[in-house]
Design a protein around this ligand. Structure first.
Ligand SMILES: Cc1cc2nc3c(=O)[nH]c(=O)nc-3n(C[C@H](O)[C@H](O)[C@H](O)COP(=O)(O)O)c2cc1C
Length: 161
């Protein structure tokens, strides 16, 4: 069956992005993670970011209910994590692989950068919701990013400084 959205997806996919795992804690405090490339910066003062979640995602209810979320920017060598958390019902992340900062959302110990964020606004937007949040804590480390372009992975240059 042909996908009627393929031409639009092809054009949108020409915009190269990084890859991140968005995370939150569910009502029982368990870590929930989802591969995303819709993450973007919004404002510096106050520090605001956003990403968009598909309403059909099995993690939608958890993210809509969570008061905070994390963004874990993946390194070039972390493609397996991207694939794992883009799959339905992935093997949960190990407790020893994550830490918790302020909001309780899971922060990957191995990451290029991380942001722990308090949700400020949830906007209905077609078949997605836009989750705008204030960055409460962040860090950035050395390494090269995992990139996503035209439905394929790539590798970016090493970060400087
Ligand atoms: C590189 C990449 C980027 C993605 N970006 C998003 C995104 O920004 N928002 C989103 O809701 N899903 C995104 N997805 C899809 C989800 O990771 C996931 O595949 C989807 O929620 C299916 O899981 P489910 O069957 O448990 O609902 C992306 C997938 C990949 C591979």
């Amino acid at each position: 069956m042909t996908d009627p959205f393929r031409p639009l997806k092809n054009a949108l996919g020409r915009f190269a992005t990084g890859v991140a795992l968005a995370g939150c804690a569910d009502r029982a405090g368990r870590p929930v993670l989802l591969t995303v490339n819709s993450f973007t910066s919004v404002s510096l003062a106050p520090p605001l970011v956003l990403w968009c979640i598909e309403k059909k995602a099995s993690t939608f209810i958890a993210f809509m209910a969570a008061p905070g979320y994390s963004i874990n920017v993946l390194k070039a060598g972390q493609r397996a994590l991207s694939d794992r958390f883009a799959a339905h019902a992935p093997e949960p992340i190990g407790a020893d692989e994550v830490e918790r900062w302020i909001t309780g959302a899971p922060i990957l110990k191995d990451r290029l950068a991380a942001f722990d964020c308090a949700v400020r606004d949830r906007h209905d937007a077609g078949d997605h919701a836009i989750l705008i949040a204030e960055v409460l804590r962040f860090d950035a480390g050395p390494g090269a990013p995992l990139l996503y372009f035209a439905s394929r992975y790539g590798e970016g240059p090493e970060a400087e400084g």
